[in-house]
Write a protein that binds this ligand. Sequence first.
Ligand code: SDX
Length: 393
Amino acid sequence: ETGYVTLDPGFVNTASCASAITYIDGDAGILRYRGYPIEELAEHSSFIEVCYLLIYGELPTAEQLGSFWEKVSQHTMLHEDFKSFFSGFPRDAHPMAVLASAVGALSTFYQDSLDPFDPEQVDISSIRLISKLPTIAAYAYKTSIGQPLLYPDNSLGYTENFLRMTFGVPTQPYEIDPEIARVLDMLFILHADHEQNCSTSTVRLVGSSQANLFSSISAGVNALWGPLHGGANQAVLEMLQNIHDSGDDVDTFVRRVKAKEPGLKLMGFGHRVYRNYDPRATVVKQATRKVLDRLGRPDPLLDVAMRLEEVALSDDYFVERKLYPNVDFYTGVIYKALGFPTNAFTVLFALGRLPGWIAQWREMMSDSTTKIGRPRQVYVGPPERSYVEVAER
Ligand code: SDX
């Protein structure tokens, strides 16, 4: 009943693979995971349920979801030897460096589950990654501020557990606001997959050499860190803060961007695929005001962001280039309001994107026609020439 899609040759030449996981229509601003519109999943689903959907292809029954969650909640702790890992980094280490290293290091603790062709080993590695990334992220943060690490509390939900490990302290109970946890859970859903973006393509490329899942995901974390990709959410907040602190009005900043001042971009704007408003940005923007009102923490940076959007979307320079807000434009304002440090924003993106990376890696590994990724090049260097002794150069 899905019918056949007729791909024009140009598209086929640029398509890196066929995938059944995520569908994007960049012109119409459509995003679906396994056929379900992102707006419906954001409103009705949970991040753990979306993890199941992306990895196994179907929304789980209540029994399947319960069994999946039971497995995930049994693996949230890290090996005790792993804890010394965090203290080996400088306090001001960027948490994406810690996360990428920690994910790669997980393979040293689970050497019995590295075979990419053993379904049981791939399943337990998938579960361990989903379970342990929040613990790793929280421990990296706690170590950077010199606070004690909190063990996971498996009586809590996925996002509640993460918030408690991140912001809780052993000396007093941590009050979880279910509304706030729900917003963060929804943000994880919005980031969960996005077809063949830079970091997902990296995960597939590394996995195509038959490297294990942990090392492939570690490579994806590194790719996501870049400011043109997942690192944009951190760059957006720094941009908004700079505009606010400079006292310049937004119009002045936009004029400088249009003048292409070196290194100046409207971060959080533009997209390789969306030539329209990123549907995720629409959902995030609606949530931003709600979170700030709920927390009673008005933030002038939200006003700067909304003014930037208003000015840019009424300016031919951006409209002609089809530059609209993407998923990273508003998320930083929410993360800041929740209490996360700016350099941890991309870690939050990685936590959300993890199930998508896993699902895409598994899809690639299960495709018997997969060959090792080995792009060719057009050689534009010098023609053949003979060696010249150094005395004659
Ligand atoms: C993510 O691929 C994914 O799916 C990624 C992602 C995911 O979920 O995995 O959606 C997550 O990475 C979102 C993108 C986050 N990055 C940013 O917000 C950084 C700012 N954006 C840009 O760097 C840029 O828009 C890209 C990299 C996102 C996309 O670049 P394109 O489509 O390749 O555009 P381009 O670089 O070819 O530029 C086209 C024109 C140029 O102007 P001209 O040379 O034609 O005069 O648009 C201009 C660019 O200078 N331009 C911008 C701009 N982005 C492009 N000008 C100002 N500000 C910007 N942000």
